[in-house]
Design a protein around this ligand. Structure first.
Ligand code: GUN
Ligand code: FE
Length: 465
């Protein structure tokens, strides 16, 4: 499978555009036009522009013939928003969403996760699961996903092919694990793990040499599942290739104790273990980071590694409450992750909501925290877009709607109660709400029914029928 779609046309989007200006502030552009060229790059953002003005002024300025330019007009009340960035999820675990019972991390892995992941060495099964997870996440507005696949090379390469053909921007990680897993689901030796990782990297680069849509990512599952020699090799590979790295850190207390017992000679903490093996790079995505110590967080700051906050997962499998404000205060870049299927929802909007609620639980944890630990609607939307873009190292390309960036965006519509035609959806607006209020309603009650259209690099990749 390779790029199968025809080249896109130039496009002009018209209506209301909303994106993060800073961590705590959204910018609202009403009656504006955004011009996106055939390569998917935003080439103009023009205020006070309707269709007539776009045709009479903007098109001639751009030298675009009007009969060869698509006009996409948002209806009143709809708005364009940057696509969501899911900085941590397991494509292979999608069939297990909602299945975790009362388990916690280590027994959850053995009971639910390893058997499912192992079964995806069947390519027809992988095809079914991966096609579905891509369609599902796109329908929820996820334009970029940092995926864990499985240890299997052909199935991981299939995930890369499917992202390319579906048009979803993705980081593709073959899972490296040479210990802890069951005998039927393990790389046998560090050398095998490294060689298979390189095969997947080569595959992605053969399909997308400039990494315009898909990027390989080095993926040591987590320290307990990787031998010291394997982590050393992967750290070396990260250094040689300058590719991104993703792993889990400090998710669960038993996991942390396991790391201390498995690696007594590789530093005094979980973060130091990764650092010993060269795995804390500026391009490393650390999922969870729930129980980091002050010293570990300082080390992460120093190494400029990033954190994927996975609140739905952390609550579902009772891992703990990650202190996002504290991480941000340390200067660490934070994005949101659904962590399917530790998390039960494929939606980044749902992750944003959970981030809000977890931050309130931290506040309610008497004596420990302050009001300012609460995250606002604006802040979690920043984490879902600009923050995520920094976490995946693409902040120059995605996360905002600005000239020079790529058009990775979603068209969101809320249900206006006065409308004659009954529209499906959970977010009712009555017409008197401010835009700030509409956005709050979307964050707390929105879902895929509100995500009308989704584009990646200017190409329509999802449309709600
Ligand atoms: N730690 C190691 N593997 C996993 C996984 O698949 N999911 C989560 N949430 N944590 C992990
Ligand atoms: Fe995970």
């Amino acid at each position: 499978v390779s790029e199968t779609r025809p080249p896109a046309k130039n496009k002009i989007f018209l209506g209301t555009f909303i994106h993060s200006k800073t961590l705590s502030e959204l910018e609202y552009l009403h009656n504006a036009a955004v011009a996106v060229d055939s390569l998917g790059t935003i080439v103009a953002v023009s205020p006070d522009t309707d269709i007539a003005k776009a045709k009479s002024t903007l098109l001639p300025q751009l030298n675009w013939p009007s009969d060869d330019t698509d006009m996409v007009v948002a209806k009143a009340g709809q708005f364009f928003f940057p696509g969501f960035i899911d900085t941590h999820l397991h494509a292979s675990q999608y069939p297990n969403v909602g299945l975790f019972g009362n388990s916690t991390l280590l027994d959850w892995l053995n009971t639910y996760t390893f058997p499912l992941e192992a079964s995806l060495s069947s390519l027809p099964k992988a095809q079914k699961v991966y096609s579905r997870v891509i369609r599902k996440t796109l329908s929820h507005g996820t334009t970029t996903a940092a995926y864990y696949a499985t240890i299997d090379v052909p199935a991981t390469n299939l995930l890369a092919d499917l992202c390319l053909s579906s048009g979803q921007r993705a980081l593709i990680g073959r899972v490296c694990m040479d210990q802890l897993g069951p005998s039927y689901y393990l790389d046998e030796f560090p050398a095998e793990s490294l060689a298979k990782t390189k095969q997947c990297i080569d595959h992605v680069l053969s399909k997308d040499p400039k990494m315009e849509l898909i990027t390989p990512i080095i993926t040591p599952r987590f320290a307990p599942a990787c031998s010291a020699p394997l982590m050393k090799e992967l750290g070396q590979l990260a250094k040689e290739t300058d590719l991104p790295v993703q792993t889990h850190i400090s998710e669960n207390k038993n996991e942390i104790a396991l790391v201390a017992s498995l690696f007594p000679d590789a530093g005094d903490s979980y973060a130091e273990v990764y650092d010993t093996f060269g795995l804390l790079t500026p391009r490393t995505i650390l999922a969870h980071a729930v129980h980091l110590t002050e010293k570990e967080a300082d080390l992460v700051t120093e190494r400029k590694s990033k954190v994927s906050h996975c609140p739905c997962s952390n609550s579902a499998i009772t891992s703990g409450a990650a202190r996002v404000r504290w991480l941000l205060d340390k200067g660490i870049e934070v994005g949101l992750g659904t962590d399917m299927s530790g998390g039960y929802s494929p939606s980044v909007l749902e992750a944003a909501r959970h981030a809000v609620l977890v931050s309130r639980h931290i506040c309610m944890d008497e004596g420990k925290s302050e009001e300012r630990d609460k995250l606002s609607v604006e802040e979690v939307l920043y984490l879902a877009t600009r923050g995520g873009a920094k976490v995946v190292g693409m902040e120059d390309k995605i996360g905002g709607l600005e000239v020079g960036m790529e058009w990775d965006a979603q068209l969101v519509g809320l249900h206006e109660v006065d409308e004659e035609e009954e529209e499906e959806g959970n977010v009712d607006v009555f017409g008197w709400e401010s835009w700030e209020e509409k956005i709050a309603k979307w964050v707390y009650n929105g879902d895929d029914r509100n995500t009308k259209k989704v584009w990646v690099r200017g190409r329509l990749v999802h449309e709600r029928k």
